[in-house]
Design a protein around this ligand. Sequence first.
Ligand code: AMP
Length: 132
Amino acid sequence: MATIFTKIINGEIPCYKIAENDSHIAFLDINPIAEGHTLVVPKKEIDYIFDLPDELLADTMLFAKKVAAGIDKALNPIRTGVIVEGLEVPHAHIHLVPIYKESQEVSLKRKVDVSENRMKELAKLISKAVEI
Ligand code: AMP
């Protein structure tokens, strides 16, 4: 069965899209741990990130680098952190988490409330700043 991320890639489920090319997509995490929390997903459906072929793994990180640059430009965090866990959705992905202050807890267990309007605004701000 297709993963929820494949359904997003295929346009069957909506997302707050940030960027896309032939091989990757980035969109806001629906349960963010910080404003602007973004997921970078290779379109090829492979569960475990370290099962990605070398070239695709490198491309995924390079795509994430460009998206992170957009987050940094649009939202001006101290920096953007990276988390890879993959325990919930069996489709490799990288979490990009803007860190706004040193005391911020960077953990997938932390959730913040972000309104739908703000999610739309964040997606617009970041997508405009990303250069793929
Ligand atoms: P994990 O697999 O533990 O790395 O986490 C999967 C992440 O995907 C979680 O942070 C979820 O909030 C996020 N997520 C699940 N479904 C969606 C969706 N439809 N759109 C955006 N993010 C999602």
